[in-house]
Unconditional design. Structure first.
Length: 336
């Protein structure tokens, strides 16, 4: 049994090394928060998932990481080194320029219980709002005021509600953490140089009952109930890897796994999301609408030149470096 475990660990390390070499993104590491107590590297440390904010923060306010959180439980046993503010209640230990992850469901808790202490101690922090399950964060008068709060130096958020600015940055939702190992294995085995055989691909997308009636997957059945049969994950990824462009509509939130699964496999997602998400995807997505996407499928044409997307945007180190540069910038400005 020992030799079997050792062999599996060596294979896993090989896959992780291949991923790191594949992306070629170097990060100057200071103290990093480890995803688990395991000694073998995990793809969740290198590829962005909905849990990535927990890897980048100094403190977190979260219930979704606990199994008793019910249907919102992330389904993974985390062993984080970041400080659990809900458990420890050591709010006075928060220091300048530290990063606080805030689960969306607990945003009011932060505002009512933690922020007053931060203000009292005149501490200036960076916050990351994130959550695996719905709902995503929504704009309100309280939230708009927080964006300009003097003790919030910078705000990073999944499912962004503002354009990027000197106070705000959109953050990717990433690849499903439950499938990240399988995705990483496929990524390593995929031939990056192979010729694409599909111009524009449309694959199964669920039209969940909780989606509003005006959602694209309900108003246009080709993107929902008539989008094809559900596939096994390996077959699904194989199809993505063979396509130049892939229909990737908004899900129950605008950001969804498929956007990132495509990019990692050199496929350009075509989506109806716009606005704030351009700060994440930039030129690595075709921004469209329902009627245009239907025409693309009917004519098998896309009025864009295919260029391989920048796969670095699905890596943790890419965003970690961005955040580090932001903290350096605002710390220098704060001392002027």
């Amino acid at each position: 049994m020992f030799f079997l475990i050792h062999f599996c660990c060596m294979i896993y390390i090989y896959i992780m090394v291949k991923i790191m070499k594949m992306f070629g993104v170097v990060v100057k590491r200071k103290k990093r928060i480890h995803y688990s107590s395991a000694q073998t590297p995990s793809p969740i440390n290198y590829l962005v998932t909905p849990l990535t904010p927990y890897l980048l923060c100094n403190h977190f306010i979260s219930t979704e990481i606990h199994s008793r959180s019910g249907w919102k439980y992330i389904g993974v046993n985390l062993h984080l080194r970041a400080n659990n503010l809900l458990k420890n209640k050591n709010y006075n230990d928060i220091k300048d320029f530290e990063i606080i992850q805030i689960q969306v469901d607990l945003f009011d808790f932060f505002c009512n219980n933690v922020l007053p202490i931060i203000c009292k101690n005149n501490v200036k922090v960076i916050i990351i709002t994130s959550q695996w399950h719905i709902p995503q964060i929504q704009r309100s008068h309280v939230i708009d005021n927080l964006l300009n709060h003097k003790n919030i130096l910078f705000w990073i958020s999944q499912n962004p509600i503002y354009q990027n600015s000197d106070k705000y940055m959109a953050f990717p939702y990433g690849i499903c953490h439950h499938q990240i190992k399988e995705y990483a294995q496929f990524l390593v085995s995929n031939d990056d140089s192979k010729k694409k055989s599909i111009k524009i691909l449309n694959q199964h997308a669920a039209a969940h009952g909780h989606l509003p009636n005006d959602h694209i997957r309900k108003t246009h059945s080709i993107f929902g109930i008539n989008s094809g049969n559900r596939l096994g994950y390996n077959e699904y990824l194989t199809n993505l890897s063979n396509a130049e462009f892939v229909i990737s509509t908004a899900g129950d939130r605008d950001d969804c796994y498929r956007h990132y699964e495509c990019i990692g496999l050199n496929a350009v997602p075509v989506s109806n999301i716009t606005g704030n998400y351009k700060c994440i995807f930039d030129e690595n997505m075709v921004y469209s609408n329902a009627d245009e996407m239907v025409t693309m499928l009917e004519t098998n044409t896309v009025n864009h030149v295919y260029i391989k997307p920048n796969k670095n945007i699905i890596t943790v180190s890419y965003w970690e470096n961005k955040i580090r540069e932001i903290i350096k910038r605002i710390s220098e400005l704060d001392t002027i």
